[in-house]
Write a protein that binds this ligand. Structure first.
Ligand code: AMP
Length: 630
């Protein structure tokens, strides 16, 4: 392990030298004057004074060597549409889209909210924003109108880019309708909504003056050439909202230079994808994995990326492997939940195609259980690489780094810290480091490495308060995950320290779901906890108190109310947050100071001991939870 250890040690001890070398992997219009400005901890500014453009680095700079090589391969098993965009074609599309945005007066620093299904125009729009220095904020299509409105009001976009509809399992899912609802709910609706009309929603409403048709404007901007805006390295490239412990999602703000450098370096050191090789990432553009490894990582690296709209089991469970085989993907990136879904299918599907080119399957977003990892390793015959990170970090914090050294992997462990991450396991109460094998909070000693969030959009104080004030007397970034480290230095991630849950790799705040449930006028109080699930990792389960107990006095009443609550969550937050079960009680377990005893509720729901109950106000509340669970 010497090579890895040396590599990682140097990234911390010779930070300037290490990152200066890595920075040579991207094009700078103006060279930076210093590698890091850390004069205002914990705020880190990387590659100070350097000017660059993400779109230039992801597209234009590859024209010289690989204009006619594939940049973006698009496959939709939902609509049957397939398309390959070479770097030259991608350049042309992005220029057109940039020209459209400019014609709508979008300029440097302005926000553009992207609410799109998995279609190439979403990539064009994101890169077009980067080209003109606008800040994109992609909102996952599974979020409902009210969540979208919250994000609109926080980001205050000039323009929104959307489509008439997405498709899932052969059924159209309306997008534009939700945008209309969100614009009605928002205080700062955008001036324009640019719509990619896929012909999936004939009933799509249009608002004259505000709504614009992408195809029409694209035709008007044929042959457009829009110059890249040269941004100072620390200028924001994008905002991506993520859930926390409050009802209000945080806008994770990313810089430009640090992100570009970290991502290209990660393509080489971690993902082992060379320029010209193909990577297939199955996430969605609305998540950080989609931003970093469907779009920016592969394109910044001059590789080919595959964008897939569809399910892993449709038309049959061999579809992903067919894509891998046809496009000779060398690295694939997916989630443990997706693999657990495939594990339920006939294993013959995994063997149907020639996966000779595939070397690695990276899995992230949630804990990777050993049976799933073993099954995937046997079924595919490739290395399975568990990697741990967060929306905030933008790229892996912990991972095996086969591009540096092919270190042995241990099941259940995402191996070791990536370059620049000074990882510590700290006691929550004292901030002291724990010993080998002891459980501590996974923390990072700042400065955070390049590529990590630079702040919370519009709220520096919230950035410091949320992430850097966990440990008494110690400035350290908290990941809010528990972990241990073994005698060989391998890390094991044990779950969140806060009330955030992880459903099929999607991070959701239980507080957010509680607020959504309470939007139902008949609910007085609710507790939502994450309960272990063999497929999705966790599912949210709600324990609610109805204002009128008579409404939930009969099985029919309970069923009706349950459906109403689930529909309310669908409407307020989106179907991804819908509780797997809603139980009715008349009392919630709380401490004498009124704090919900979520851990105890969760323990009961998972059939475990509820733990220390000395502070409980009324033990009858726990009996009710037990009875509700049957
Ligand atoms: P998100 O920001 O939505 O990507 O969620 C990040 C959270 O997902 C982390 O804080 C962890 O709780 C969890 N997570 C991500 N990757 C892993 C992994 N490889 N093992 C265990 N938990 C993970």
């Amino acid at each position: 392990m010497d090579r890895y250890r040396q590599f990682h040690r140097r990234s911390l001890e010779d930070r300037d030298g290490f990152w200066r070398e890595r920075a040579a992997l991207v094009d700078w219009q103006t060279p930076f004057t210093s590698v890091l400005d850390y004069s205002r901890p914990p705020f880190a500014r990387w590659f100070v004074g350097g000017r660059l453009n993400l779109c230039h680095n992801a597209v234009d700079r590859h024209l010289a060597a690989r204009a006619d090589r594939a940049a973006l391969v698009y496959i939709s098993t939902e609509t049957g549409q397939d398309a390959t965009y070479t770097y030259r074609q991608l350049h042309e599309e992005v220029n057109r889209c940039a020209a459209i945005l400019r014609s709508l007066s979008v300029g440097r620093g302005d926000r553009v909210l992207v609410y799109m299904p998995m279609i190439p125009e979403a990539v064009f729009a994101m890169l077009a924003c980067a080209r003109i220095g606008a800040i994109h904020s992609v909102v996952f299509g599974g979020f409902a109108a009210a969540s979208l409105a919250t994000r609109i009001d926080d980001a205050k976009p000039e323009v929104m880019v959307t489509a008439d509809a997405g498709m899932r399992g052969g059924k159209p899912i309306p997008y534009k309708h939700l945008v209309d609802d969100a614009c009605r709910l928002a205080q700062h609706p955008p001036k324009h909504v640019l719509i990619v009309d896929r012909g999936l929603d004939p009933a799509m409403p249009r608002t004259a003056g505000r709504d614009l048709d992408y195809a029409q404007l694209r035709a008007e901007h044929a042959g457009a050439a829009v110059a890249c805006a040269w941004l100072e390295s620390s200028e924001p490239s994008y905002i991506l909202y993520t859930s926390g412990t409050t009802g209000n999602p945080k806008g994770v703000q990313r810089d430009t230079g640090g992100y570009a450098v970290a991502l290209v370096a990660s393509m080489r050191d971690i993902f082992c994808v060379a320029p010209g090789e193909t990577m297939f990432t199955t996430s969605d553009i609305g998540w950080v994995v989609g931003h970093s490894y469907i779009i920016y990582g592969p394109l910044l690296n001059g590789s080919t990326t595959i964008m897939y709209e569809g399910l892993p089991i449709r038309p049959d469970p061999a579809i992903w492997w067919k894509i891998v085989a046809e496009h000779k993907a060398v690295t694939m990136f997916s989630s443990p939940t997706a693999i657990r879904v495939l594990k339920k299918q006939d294993p013959a599907y995994m063997k149907r195609h020639d996966l000779g080119a595939l070397k690695y399957l990276f899995l992230a977003g949630e804990p990777l259980d050993e049976p799933t990892a073993r099954w995937a390793a046997d079924a595919l015959g490739v290395a399975i690489v568990d990697n741990y990170w967060q929306t905030e970090s933008g790229w892996p914090i912990l991972s095996a780094q086969p591009g540096v050294e092919d270190t042995p992997r241990k099941f259940g462990s995402p191996s070791f810290p990536a370059a620049g991450y000074d990882v510590r396991l700290l006691r929550e109460d004292t901030g002291e480091e724990v010993g080998t094998g002891e459980k501590g909070v996974l923390a990072l000693v700042p400065p955070l490495p390049p590529g990590c969030m630079s702040t919370v959009w519009g709220d520096d104080a919230r950035f410091v308060k949320t992430y850097f004030e966990t440990f008494p007397g110690k400035l350290a970034y908290s990941t809010f995950d528990w972990a241990t480290r073994d005698e060989d230095g391998y890390y094991f991630v044990l779950g969140r320290t806060d009330d955030v849950i992880n459903v099929a790799g999607h991070r959701l705040g239980t507080r957010e779901i509680e607020e959504a449930v309470q939007a139902h006028a008949g609910i007085a109080e609710v507790a939502v906890v994450g309960v272990a699930d063999s497929l999705k990792g966790q599912v949210p389960v709600a324990f609610a108190v109805a204002k009128d107990p008579a409404r939930v006095a009969s099985p029919e009443g309970i069923a009706a109310m349950r459906k109403e609550v689930m529909d309310t969550v669908d409407r307020e937050l989106g179907a991804i947050a819908r509780p797997g079960a809603v139980h009715f009680v008349t009392l919630l377990p709380k401490t004498r100071s009124g704090k919900l005893l979520r851990r105890s509720i969760q323990a009961l729901a998972e059939g475990r001991d509820p733990g220390d109950l000395t502070t409980i106000e009324d033990p009858a509340a726990l009996e009710q939870i037990k009875a509700a669970l049957g």
